[in-house]
Design a protein around this ligand. Sequence first.
Ligand SMILES: [Zn+2]
Length: 137
Amino acid sequence: MTTALPPVGRMLARGVGRRCARCGGRGAFFTGWYSMADRCRTCGLAWRRNMEGFQLGAAAINIILTGGSLLAVMGVGVALTYPEPPVWPLVAATSAVAVLVAVVGYPVSYTVWLAVDLAMNALSDDEIADADAHRAV
Ligand SMILES: [Zn+2]
C-alpha cells in the first residue's frame, strides 16, 4: 500500500461516512455500531496509533457534533417561533436531538477523529509496515 495519505478533505469525508480515513474501507475498524476491532479491517491500520488519549479526541468530536446539533436545533426553533418560542417543546426537541446525535454519531466521532489525527500526525514508517503486515488480503 502506498505511504501517501489522501487529501485532508477526502479523509474527513471518509470519516463522516464511517469509513477508514486512510484507505476508505467500509466500516473502518468497527465490527458493529459500538464494537471495534483493534485495526482497520481493510488496510490494517491500528486506529489507536500507539498514542495515549486517542479516545479523548474522539470524545471531543462527539461533544462538538452533539453540541453543534443542539445549538442548531435550538437556534432554528427560536428563529422560527420568535417572539414567543415554546420553551418546553424546544427543550424536548433539543434533548431528543442531542441524545440521538450522541448515540448515532458515536462511531463517526472515532472515524472523523482518525482523519483529523492523520492530518496532524502523518503515519510513521513503523505504522505503515505494521498496517501492511495486518492488511486484509
Ligand atoms: Zn483502512
